[in-house]
Design a protein around this ligand. Structure first.
Ligand SMILES: *Cc1c(COP(=O)(O)O)cnc(C)c1O
Ligand SMILES: [Zn+2]
Length: 424
């Protein structure tokens, strides 16, 4: 039942019932005991959790009988024992969008709607739910993050519920809703002069200096696995099938990489038998290092200085960019970078055709899907899922100028009648 690794370095008082799994290096394969560390000591490659090959896996029926949260896929999450925190995250709606399918010229289209993720209205709840349980397993008493906004919201919310102090670092130019939607939970919230990449570099130093569990730095291997649950849910919600193509917004490139991994894991276990979906990535033209890597065919990221309204995905030096590019090329997918104008138009198109209000990252996803369709990358038989990862109420400024004022009237039927006539 229990693995035999030594207590984690820096551990304070680890949970007796929950252990994090050991990790291995994605580049050189070196193995490491479970610890709040994310980088290979041998080659500096990223670490990711290792699952015992002999573990018992559940059937479709067994999974379906479990509570509707991301933890119904717990055998594919990096723990030995039962996680207790953040049990309510996941199992967001998968919504059919026939009008958008027509626009793209594909057979079927669904929106995976993490705009209503619980509790903080973005897919970052999934990664934080995984990371906070790893922090507890390691006995870490303080968690934190470097964030472009949504991760700050999620860490603050999940830490508040768990009663853990949180130190959260954000660039100084974030949207007000992202700042207030973090501060309200009472964390230590620090604004840093600079871009996300400066904040991230600072946090890498802080994790070592203070022994904190920075969810996307030293807990990154455990954090990333939470993203897989979006892919598992898509498969189950389609009736244990895979779509033929998936469009995903990219910041660090982790979500796209982990969705690809999730589809592979379900195919390996026989829970689904379809081909691997073609993976398509979306970025804003003002910060598109991964999309440009896909287009150039190169092997290394060329970092960029972000300049876009899509701040939640504005990472100039993406940690998983190379892996994301490989997943896209390897599955026959591609990437698109879209202008801020297209992002705003696509936020409105999604709202008007599906009733789903997304933030700028979702606008980038829908705009990228339209651009890719325009390049002839989808066929009439395609069954496409668009991953909508965040909520539009968090980025109201992005659309406020594009929405015309509503008429103001006195409470008189006559005035409404005039409006009805004018509306034709
Ligand atoms: C963080 C984020 C992403 C992408 O994250 P990755 O770093 O690529 O995993 C996508 N959408 C939203 C809204 C996000 O906040
Ligand atoms: Zn290595």
């Amino acid at each position: 039942m229990h693995t035999t690794e030594l207590p984690a370095r820096g551990a304070v008082a680890s949970s007796p019932t929950l252990r994090a799994l050991p990790q291995h290096c994605k580049v050189c394969g070196a193995e490491f005991e479970a610890a709040p560390e994310a980088i290979c000591g041998a080659c500096l490659g990223p670490l990711e959790p290792m699952y015992p090959a002999s573990r018992r896996l559940p059937s479709r029926a067994e999974i379906a009988s479990r509570p509707p949260s991301m933890w119904r896929y717990r055998e594919w999450l990096p723990f030995d024992g039962t996680p207790t925190l953040s049990q309510d995250t996941g199992f967001t709606p998968l919504v059919s969008a026939p009008r958008l399918a027509d626009r793209l010229g594909v057979a079927q289209l669904w929106i995976k709607n993490d705009a209503v993720s619980h509790p903080s209205l973005s897919f970052k709840d999934r990664v934080v739910a995984s990371a906070i349980n790893a922090a507890v397993a390691f006995g870490l008493e303080i968690i934190g993050c470097a964030s472009t906004g949504n991760l700050a919201n999620a860490v603050a919310a999940h830490a508040a519920r768990a009663g853990l102090p949180a130190w959260i670092f954000i660039p100084d130019n974030l949207e007000q809703a992202k700042v207030l939607g973090t501060a309200v939970y009472g964390p230590h919230l620090v604004r840093v002069r600079g871009h996300y990449d400066d904040v991230n570099r600072l946090c890498a130093q802080l994790a070592d200096r203070f022994g904190w569990g920075i969810v996307n730095v030293n807990l990154r291997g455990y954090y990333g696995e939470g993203s897989k649950t979006m892919g598992f849910e898509i498969a189950e919600q389609l009736g244990w099938r895979l779509p033929s193509a998936v469009v995903v917004p990219m910041a660090g490139g982790s979500l796209l990489t982990k969705l690809h991994k999730a589809f592979g894991e379900f195919r390996e276990t026989g829970l689904v038998s379809d081909a691997a979906p073609r993976m398509y990535g979306a970025q804003a033209a003002g910060c598109a290092p991964i999309a440009r890597l896909v287009e150039s065919g190169g092997e290394t990221i060329v970092p960029e200085i972000p300049n876009t309204i899509a701040k939640s995905i504005a990472i100039g030096n993406p940690a998983d960019g190379v892996f994301a590019a490989r997943a896209m090329r390897g599955t026959g997918g591609w990437a698109a970078a879209v202008s801020d104008e297209r992002i705003v138009a696509a936020i409105r198109l999604l709202a008007e055709t599906t009733g789903i209000f997304t933030e700028t990252a979702g606008g980038a996803t829908v705009a990228a899907a339209l651009a890719l369709a325009g390049q002839g990358r989808f066929g009439a038989d395609d069954e496409v899922v668009l991953c909508i990862t965040g909520n539009g109420l968090k980025t109201l400024d992005a659309i406020s100028e594009s929405i015309t004022d509503s008429p103001l009237i006195n409470p008189r039927v006559r005035e409404v009648a005039a409006l009805v006539e004018a509306a034709g």
